[in-house]
Design a protein around this ligand. Sequence first.
Ligand SMILES: C[S@@+](CC[C@H](N)C(=O)[O-])C[C@H]1O[C@@H](n2cnc3c(N)ncnc32)[C@H](O)[C@@H]1O
Length: 305
Amino acid sequence: MNLEHKINIIRKFFDIDKIINKSTTPEDISRYYRVNKLAYWLFHSKEGFVHVGITREDKFKKEDLLEPLKKVEEYIRKSKSSQKVKVLELATGKGANINYLAQVFPEVDFFGLDLPSGQVDLAKIAAASLNNFQVIEGDFHDLSQFEDQSVDLVFIIESLCYSDYKSVVAKEVSRVLKKEGYFIIVDGYSGPSKETLTVIEILTKKLVEKGMLVNNLEPYSKVKRDVLNEGFDLIEEEDVSKLVIPTVKRFEKSADLFFKLGFLAKLIIKVLPDEFTHNVVSGFLLPDVLESGYGVYFISVFRKK
Ligand SMILES: C[S@@+](CC[C@H](N)C(=O)[O-])C[C@H]1O[C@@H](n2cnc3c(N)ncnc32)[C@H](O)[C@@H]1O
Protein backbone atom coordinates (compact mmCIF):
# COMPACT_ATOMS: atom_id res chain seq x y z
CA MET A 1 0.00 0.00 0.00
CA ASN A 2 1.58 3.34 -0.95
CA LEU A 3 1.86 6.29 1.44
CA GLU A 4 -0.73 8.40 -0.32
CA HIS A 5 -3.28 5.60 -0.05
CA LYS A 6 -2.47 5.15 3.65
CA ILE A 7 -2.91 8.87 4.33
CA ASN A 8 -6.29 8.73 2.56
CA ILE A 9 -7.39 5.87 4.82
CA ILE A 10 -6.28 7.85 7.89
CA ARG A 11 -8.16 10.89 6.61
CA LYS A 12 -11.40 8.85 6.48
CA PHE A 13 -11.19 8.12 10.20
CA PHE A 14 -9.29 10.98 11.83
CA ASP A 15 -9.20 14.77 11.81
CA ILE A 16 -5.64 15.14 10.51
CA ASP A 17 -5.34 18.83 11.44
CA LYS A 18 -6.27 18.02 15.02
CA ILE A 19 -3.46 15.44 15.19
CA ILE A 20 -0.74 17.61 13.69
CA ASN A 21 -1.63 20.58 15.89
CA LYS A 22 -1.45 18.66 19.15
CA SER A 23 0.43 20.27 22.01
CA THR A 24 3.40 18.34 23.44
CA THR A 25 4.16 19.89 26.83
CA PRO A 26 5.55 17.62 29.59
CA GLU A 27 2.02 17.54 31.08
CA ASP A 28 0.63 16.34 27.73
CA ILE A 29 3.36 13.67 27.55
CA SER A 30 2.55 12.48 31.07
CA ARG A 31 -1.12 12.28 30.22
CA TYR A 32 -0.32 10.35 27.02
CA TYR A 33 1.61 7.71 28.99
CA ARG A 34 -0.97 7.62 31.78
CA VAL A 35 -3.74 6.95 29.26
CA ASN A 36 -1.70 4.36 27.36
CA LYS A 37 -0.48 2.34 30.34
CA LEU A 38 -2.97 -0.45 29.74
CA ALA A 39 -2.74 -0.30 25.94
CA TYR A 40 1.04 -0.77 25.94
CA TRP A 41 0.64 -3.65 28.38
CA LEU A 42 -2.06 -5.31 26.28
CA PHE A 43 -0.62 -4.75 22.82
CA HIS A 44 3.11 -4.44 23.35
CA SER A 45 4.83 -5.82 26.44
CA LYS A 46 3.55 -7.54 29.54
CA GLU A 47 7.00 -6.93 31.10
CA GLY A 48 6.45 -3.17 30.80
CA PHE A 49 8.97 -2.33 28.05
CA VAL A 50 7.84 0.78 26.20
CA HIS A 51 10.32 0.64 23.31
CA VAL A 52 10.65 -1.28 20.07
CA GLY A 53 12.56 -4.54 19.78
CA ILE A 54 15.77 -4.92 17.83
CA THR A 55 15.36 -8.07 15.76
CA ARG A 56 18.65 -9.60 14.65
CA GLU A 57 17.01 -12.74 13.25
CA ASP A 58 14.22 -12.64 10.70
CA LYS A 59 11.13 -12.76 12.96
CA PHE A 60 10.16 -10.63 15.95
CA LYS A 61 10.39 -12.40 19.31
CA LYS A 62 9.74 -11.06 22.81
CA GLU A 63 13.44 -11.22 23.70
CA ASP A 64 14.17 -8.57 21.03
CA LEU A 65 12.90 -6.00 23.54
CA LEU A 66 15.94 -6.85 25.69
CA GLU A 67 18.37 -6.15 22.85
CA PRO A 68 18.93 -2.41 23.65
CA LEU A 69 19.73 -3.45 27.22
CA LYS A 70 22.54 -5.73 26.05
CA LYS A 71 24.55 -2.63 25.11
CA VAL A 72 23.85 -1.14 28.55
CA GLU A 73 24.92 -4.42 30.20
CA GLU A 74 28.17 -4.43 28.21
CA TYR A 75 29.06 -0.91 29.39
CA ILE A 76 28.03 -1.50 33.00
CA ARG A 77 30.61 -4.32 32.96
CA LYS A 78 33.20 -1.87 31.64
CA SER A 79 32.40 0.72 34.34
CA LYS A 80 34.96 0.64 37.13
CA SER A 81 34.53 2.53 40.36
CA SER A 82 36.26 2.56 43.74
CA GLN A 83 32.74 2.78 45.25
CA LYS A 84 29.50 1.11 44.11
CA VAL A 85 28.80 1.64 40.39
CA LYS A 86 25.88 4.06 39.90
CA VAL A 87 23.65 3.90 36.83
CA LEU A 88 20.96 6.44 35.94
CA GLU A 89 18.20 5.79 33.44
CA LEU A 90 16.53 8.92 32.05
CA ALA A 91 12.84 8.35 31.22
CA THR A 92 12.59 5.03 32.97
CA GLY A 93 8.95 4.56 31.92
CA LYS A 94 7.40 1.63 33.80
CA GLY A 95 10.85 0.78 35.16
CA ALA A 96 11.07 -2.44 33.13
CA ASN A 97 14.64 -1.78 31.91
CA ILE A 98 16.04 -1.30 35.41
CA ASN A 99 13.84 -4.07 36.78
CA TYR A 100 15.75 -6.39 34.44
CA LEU A 101 19.23 -4.83 34.90
CA ALA A 102 18.99 -4.55 38.70
CA GLN A 103 18.59 -8.33 38.88
CA VAL A 104 21.53 -8.97 36.54
CA PHE A 105 23.70 -6.54 38.57
CA PRO A 106 22.61 -6.77 42.23
CA GLU A 107 25.84 -4.99 43.25
CA VAL A 108 25.06 -1.86 41.16
CA ASP A 109 22.86 1.05 42.32
CA PHE A 110 20.22 2.04 39.76
CA PHE A 111 18.26 5.29 39.60
CA GLY A 112 15.30 5.74 37.23
CA LEU A 113 13.92 9.20 36.51
CA ASP A 114 10.62 10.00 34.77
CA LEU A 115 7.96 12.69 34.67
CA PRO A 116 5.42 12.74 37.49
CA SER A 117 1.81 11.62 36.87
CA GLY A 118 2.55 9.51 33.80
CA GLN A 119 3.54 5.87 34.20
CA VAL A 120 6.11 6.42 36.96
CA ASP A 121 3.75 4.83 39.54
CA LEU A 122 4.39 1.49 37.82
CA ALA A 123 8.15 2.04 38.04
CA LYS A 124 7.73 2.61 41.79
CA ILE A 125 5.88 -0.68 42.10
CA ALA A 126 8.70 -2.45 40.20
CA ALA A 127 11.32 -0.76 42.41
CA ALA A 128 9.58 -1.70 45.66
CA SER A 129 10.73 -5.32 45.42
CA LEU A 130 14.37 -4.44 44.65
CA ASN A 131 16.84 -2.86 47.05
CA ASN A 132 19.08 -1.42 44.31
CA PHE A 133 16.44 0.48 42.29
CA GLN A 134 15.36 3.98 43.28
CA VAL A 135 12.73 5.92 41.31
CA ILE A 136 12.95 9.69 41.04
CA GLU A 137 10.29 12.00 39.65
CA GLY A 138 11.56 14.79 37.45
CA ASP A 139 12.29 16.18 34.03
CA PHE A 140 15.46 14.97 32.30
CA HIS A 141 16.39 18.56 31.37
CA ASP A 142 17.13 19.19 35.04
CA LEU A 143 19.23 16.61 36.90
CA SER A 144 19.80 18.82 39.94
CA GLN A 145 18.82 15.88 42.14
CA PHE A 146 22.24 14.41 41.20
CA GLU A 147 25.60 15.80 42.23
CA ASP A 148 28.40 16.67 39.81
CA GLN A 149 30.46 13.65 38.69
CA SER A 150 28.44 11.21 40.80
CA VAL A 151 27.23 8.71 38.18
CA ASP A 152 29.16 6.07 36.18
CA LEU A 153 26.71 5.48 33.35
CA VAL A 154 23.57 7.23 32.05
CA PHE A 155 21.25 5.64 29.50
CA ILE A 156 18.04 6.67 27.78
CA ILE A 157 15.87 4.50 25.57
CA GLU A 158 13.39 5.92 23.05
CA SER A 159 12.81 9.10 25.00
CA LEU A 160 15.38 11.76 24.08
CA CYS A 161 13.19 12.32 21.00
CA TYR A 162 10.74 14.07 23.37
CA SER A 163 13.23 16.87 23.99
CA ASP A 164 13.47 19.99 21.86
CA TYR A 165 16.54 21.01 23.89
CA LYS A 166 18.82 18.00 23.61
CA SER A 167 21.96 20.03 24.35
CA VAL A 168 20.46 20.94 27.73
CA VAL A 169 20.00 17.23 28.49
CA ALA A 170 23.53 16.41 27.24
CA LYS A 171 25.00 19.22 29.36
CA GLU A 172 23.25 17.89 32.47
CA VAL A 173 24.37 14.33 31.71
CA SER A 174 27.93 15.57 31.22
CA ARG A 175 27.77 17.34 34.59
CA VAL A 176 26.54 14.32 36.59
CA LEU A 177 28.80 11.76 34.87
CA LYS A 178 32.22 10.92 36.24
CA LYS A 179 35.18 11.42 33.90
CA GLU A 180 35.09 8.69 31.22
CA GLY A 181 31.53 7.78 32.25
CA TYR A 182 29.25 6.43 29.52
CA PHE A 183 26.13 7.95 27.97
CA ILE A 184 24.09 5.46 25.94
CA ILE A 185 21.25 6.66 23.73
CA VAL A 186 18.86 4.33 21.91
CA ASP A 187 16.39 6.29 19.83
CA GLY A 188 14.64 7.17 16.59
CA TYR A 189 15.42 10.24 14.46
CA SER A 190 14.53 11.70 11.13
CA GLY A 191 16.77 10.46 8.33
CA PRO A 192 19.33 12.50 6.39
CA SER A 193 17.49 15.66 5.36
CA LYS A 194 16.51 15.91 1.74
CA GLU A 195 16.50 19.27 0.01
CA THR A 196 12.87 19.04 -0.97
CA LEU A 197 10.18 17.02 0.69
CA THR A 198 6.88 16.17 -0.89
CA VAL A 199 3.70 17.28 0.86
CA ILE A 200 2.97 13.62 1.64
CA GLU A 201 6.41 13.17 3.25
CA ILE A 202 6.00 16.28 5.41
CA LEU A 203 2.53 15.18 6.48
CA THR A 204 3.72 11.63 7.23
CA LYS A 205 6.51 12.94 9.48
CA LYS A 206 4.11 15.17 11.39
CA LEU A 207 1.53 12.39 11.81
CA VAL A 208 4.09 9.86 13.04
CA GLU A 209 5.50 12.38 15.52
CA LYS A 210 2.26 13.71 16.90
CA GLY A 211 0.63 10.27 17.10
CA MET A 212 3.28 9.55 19.77
CA LEU A 213 3.24 13.13 21.08
CA VAL A 214 6.77 13.88 19.88
CA ASN A 215 7.11 17.52 18.80
CA ASN A 216 9.90 17.19 16.25
CA LEU A 217 12.02 14.20 15.29
CA GLU A 218 15.41 15.79 14.61
CA PRO A 219 18.06 14.36 12.26
CA TYR A 220 20.52 11.95 13.88
CA SER A 221 23.51 14.06 12.74
CA LYS A 222 22.14 17.10 14.60
CA VAL A 223 21.50 15.23 17.86
CA LYS A 224 24.93 13.60 17.71
CA ARG A 225 26.52 17.05 17.27
CA ASP A 226 24.54 18.37 20.28
CA VAL A 227 25.95 15.59 22.46
CA LEU A 228 29.53 15.83 21.16
CA ASN A 229 29.50 19.58 21.82
CA GLU A 230 28.89 18.94 25.54
CA GLY A 231 32.24 17.22 26.10
CA PHE A 232 31.68 13.68 24.81
CA ASP A 233 33.47 11.37 22.38
CA LEU A 234 31.44 8.94 20.29
CA ILE A 235 32.82 5.49 20.95
CA GLU A 236 30.37 3.36 19.00
CA GLU A 237 27.17 3.63 17.02
CA GLU A 238 24.97 1.16 15.19
CA ASP A 239 22.28 1.96 12.68
CA VAL A 240 19.54 -0.53 13.59
CA SER A 241 16.81 1.11 11.49
CA LYS A 242 16.09 -2.06 9.53
CA LEU A 243 16.18 -4.21 12.68
CA VAL A 244 13.27 -2.37 14.31
CA ILE A 245 11.01 -2.90 11.29
CA PRO A 246 9.69 -6.31 12.53
CA THR A 247 8.33 -4.58 15.67
CA VAL A 248 6.71 -1.71 13.80
CA LYS A 249 5.22 -4.12 11.26
CA ARG A 250 3.26 -5.56 14.18
CA PHE A 251 1.92 -2.08 14.96
CA GLU A 252 1.01 -1.62 11.29
CA LYS A 253 -0.88 -4.92 11.30
CA SER A 254 -2.91 -3.91 14.36
CA ALA A 255 -3.65 -0.51 12.79
CA ASP A 256 -4.75 -2.17 9.56
CA LEU A 257 -7.09 -4.49 11.48
CA PHE A 258 -8.44 -1.49 13.38
CA PHE A 259 -9.29 0.40 10.16
CA LYS A 260 -11.00 -2.74 8.82
CA LEU A 261 -13.49 -2.42 11.69
CA GLY A 262 -15.01 0.45 9.69
CA PHE A 263 -17.98 1.95 11.52
CA LEU A 264 -16.92 0.36 14.82
CA ALA A 265 -13.47 1.98 14.48
CA LYS A 266 -15.15 5.37 14.02
CA LEU A 267 -17.18 4.75 17.17
CA ILE A 268 -14.05 3.77 19.12
CA ILE A 269 -12.32 6.95 17.93
CA LYS A 270 -15.28 8.97 19.16
CA VAL A 271 -15.43 7.49 22.65
CA LEU A 272 -11.82 6.72 23.55
CA PRO A 273 -9.20 9.40 24.35
CA ASP A 274 -7.16 10.80 21.44
CA GLU A 275 -3.96 9.87 23.27
CA PHE A 276 -4.92 6.24 22.74
CA THR A 277 -6.48 6.28 19.28
CA HIS A 278 -3.87 8.54 17.64
CA ASN A 279 -1.30 5.78 18.23
CA VAL A 280 -3.01 3.92 15.42
CA VAL A 281 -1.84 6.63 13.02
CA SER A 282 1.83 6.39 13.99
CA GLY A 283 1.69 2.60 14.00
CA PHE A 284 0.19 2.55 10.51
CA LEU A 285 2.91 4.78 9.04
CA LEU A 286 6.08 3.80 10.92
CA PRO A 287 7.16 0.91 8.64
CA ASP A 288 7.04 3.21 5.58
CA VAL A 289 9.10 5.86 7.35
CA LEU A 290 11.82 3.34 8.26
CA GLU A 291 11.78 1.44 4.97
CA SER A 292 12.20 4.64 2.97
CA GLY A 293 15.13 5.79 5.14
CA TYR A 294 13.11 8.84 6.04
CA GLY A 295 13.27 7.73 9.66
CA VAL A 296 16.27 6.05 11.32
CA TYR A 297 16.97 4.29 14.63
CA PHE A 298 20.40 4.21 16.31
CA ILE A 299 22.20 2.79 19.31
CA SER A 300 24.93 5.28 20.27
CA VAL A 301 27.53 5.12 23.01
CA PHE A 302 29.32 8.30 24.11
CA ARG A 303 32.09 8.68 26.70
CA LYS A 304 32.63 11.80 28.73
CA LYS A 305 36.07 13.30 28.03
C1 LIG B 1 8.65 5.50 24.87
S1 LIG B 1 8.66 5.70 26.61
C2 LIG B 1 10.14 4.85 27.01
C3 LIG B 1 10.18 4.33 28.42
C4 LIG B 1 11.41 3.49 28.77
N1 LIG B 1 12.63 4.21 28.47
C5 LIG B 1 11.42 2.17 28.06
O1 LIG B 1 12.34 1.90 27.29
O2 LIG B 1 10.53 1.35 28.32
C6 LIG B 1 9.07 7.40 26.78
C7 LIG B 1 9.20 7.89 28.23
O3 LIG B 1 9.83 9.18 28.20
C8 LIG B 1 9.32 9.90 29.31
N2 LIG B 1 9.64 11.32 29.12
C9 LIG B 1 9.31 12.12 28.08
N3 LIG B 1 9.77 13.37 28.29
C10 LIG B 1 10.41 13.36 29.49
C11 LIG B 1 11.11 14.36 30.25
N4 LIG B 1 11.20 15.62 29.81
N5 LIG B 1 11.67 14.00 31.43
C12 LIG B 1 11.56 12.71 31.89
N6 LIG B 1 10.92 11.73 31.21
C13 LIG B 1 10.35 12.05 30.02
C14 LIG B 1 7.85 9.59 29.27
O4 LIG B 1 7.19 9.94 30.46
C15 LIG B 1 7.88 8.09 28.98
O5 LIG B 1 7.88 7.33 30.16
